[in-house]
Write a protein that binds this ligand. Structure first.
Ligand code: FAD
Length: 389
């Protein structure tokens, strides 16, 4: 068999025909609906048509993709991962829309919600008619969510919710916000309709990363919620942390999409750009960069696939998700930075995708657990010693 530069290890052989069909469908959608426009969205710092995009993603089955029932596709974890990779190869903002919708907001309701909550929210969210967000981070509380200040107190059978959440993807366009709050019973999750009195979600502007993504503050001033707004199935931090583990799994794949797009841009450029009378890809220093990028890209995809198989088998551990997120996002950002150098000055232009991917990955490096948090998770797993505090 011949050597395929875009698949040097033959990893496509790991895919079933159904897996390949999912990948090809999502790739074709992103090529048609995202790639021609995303540089412009990025430059404007907007995601125009987000509702239409969400409906199209819903029609593709990409929202809550690996969940069962309630209009969800019931796909495998590997198929969900492949979709994340293809979406992030277009832009991390689109993958973030899908991750937050499916792996955070829908996953929380699907896993911990009552039957009524599932019936109320999930079919519309799976179809992309309703957008959801997930409010854990606060202005003063990030890596240590146990210290959150947002709180809900009982008033008769109702709950009164107060607090602020920060950096919330999809916040301003959501119909439902899954908000985590301190209560007398520990941290609980609430499915908050965003048209509730006292709830607002101003958009955060002036970001230099994930510009084609809606990021918001959530403000809750005496939001009165009925007793059945609380997610009955969980109390304590394991609620939000289990959702984050699911979303991080998608990032293990997605980050390799950003890396692939940047690698392929560099490879293409290296073959055609000439200096000193020949293509720059003919210089050993450029080849060393391309070879090293290819190593990390395909090792990362292999790692993602392995974790996907473990998730499908029900044997994936949170420490293994940390392993994947830490490695793949860190390597993806390095690939984008190296690709940027191959493109020289053109590397900083929005005409090419590499700088956009590199700056997007700065957010991906931080959200869903920073690099340092995942190092500490692995450090604890390796040594048995907790170095968090
Ligand atoms: P901090 O926790 O203040 O950390 C600052 C630095 O200190 C980091 O380098 C951190 O690793 C380090 N640090 C902290 N504690 C330790 C320690 N014990 N040892 C060593 N180093 C330490 N959140 C949501 O809830 N929902 C969302 O939808 C969401 N979307 C986001 C979208 C974007 C674009 C961004 C940028 C963020 C988003 N976040 C979201 C927030 C994100 O999850 C947090 O930014 C992240 O958890 C880190 O929190 P922080 O920014 O407060 O940093």
């Amino acid at each position: 068999m011949s050597f395929v530069p875009t698949d040097p290890l033959g990893l496509d052989e790991l895919l079933s025909p159904e897996d390949a069909a999912v990948r090809d469908t999502v790739r074709a959608w992103a090529a048609d609906r995202v790639l021609p426009y995303v540089a412009d969205w990025y430059e404007r710092g907007e995601l125009p048509g987000i509702r239409e995009l969400a409906r199209e993603l819903g029609a593709l089955g990409a929202l809550g993709m690996s969940l069962e029932g309630y209009g969800c596709a019931g796909a495998t974890a590997v198929q969900y991962g492949l979709a994340c990779l293809e979406l992030e190869a277009a832009d991390s903002g689109i993958r973030s829309l899908v991750s937050v919708q499916g792996s955070l907001a829908m996953y929380a309701i699907h896993r911990y919600g009552s039957e009524e909550q599932k019936q109320r929210w999930l079919p519309g969210m799976a179809a992309g008619e309703l957008i959801g967000c997930f409010g854990l981070t606060e202005p003063d509380v990030g890596s240590d969510p146990a210290a959150m200040r947002t709180h809900a107190k009982r008033d008769g059978t109702d709950w009164i919710l107060n607090g602020r959440k920060m950096w919330i993807t999809n916040g301003s366009v959501s119909s439902v916000a899954v908000v985590w709050a301190q209560t007398d019973e520990g941290i609980r999750g609430f499915a908050v309709p965003t048209d509730s009195a006292g709830f607002s979600a101003p958009e955060i502007k002036h970001k230099w990363s994930l510009r084609a993504s809606v990021t918001s503050e959530l403000v809750m001033d005496d939001v009165r919620l009925p007793a059945d707004a609380v997610l009955p199935g969980v109390a304590g931090l394991k609620g939000p942390l289990s959702c984050l583990s699911h979303a991080r799994y998608g990032i293990v794949w997605g980050s390799m999409g950003a890396a692939r797009a940047s690698f392929e841009a560099a490879l293409d450029y290296a073959r055609t750009r000439e200096q000193f009378g020949r293509p720059i890809g003919g210089f050993q220093l450029t080849q060393a960069k391309l070879a090293d990028m290819a190593l990390e890209l395909h090792k990362g995809i292999l790692l993602a696939h392995h974790l996907g198989r473990r998730m499908d088998a029900g044997t994936l551990r949170p420490e293994q998700v940390s392993f994947g997120k830490l490695n793949n996002v860190r390597e993806a950002i390095e690939i984008c930075r190296t690709a940027r150098t191959v493109l020289g000055a053109n590397g900083i232009s929005l005409e090419y995708p590499v700088m956009r991917h590199a700056t997007n990955l700065e957010s991906v490096l931080t959200y869903e657990g920073t690099v340092e948090m995942h190092q500490l998770v692995l450090g604890k797993a390796l040594t048995g010693l907790d170095a968090f505090r």
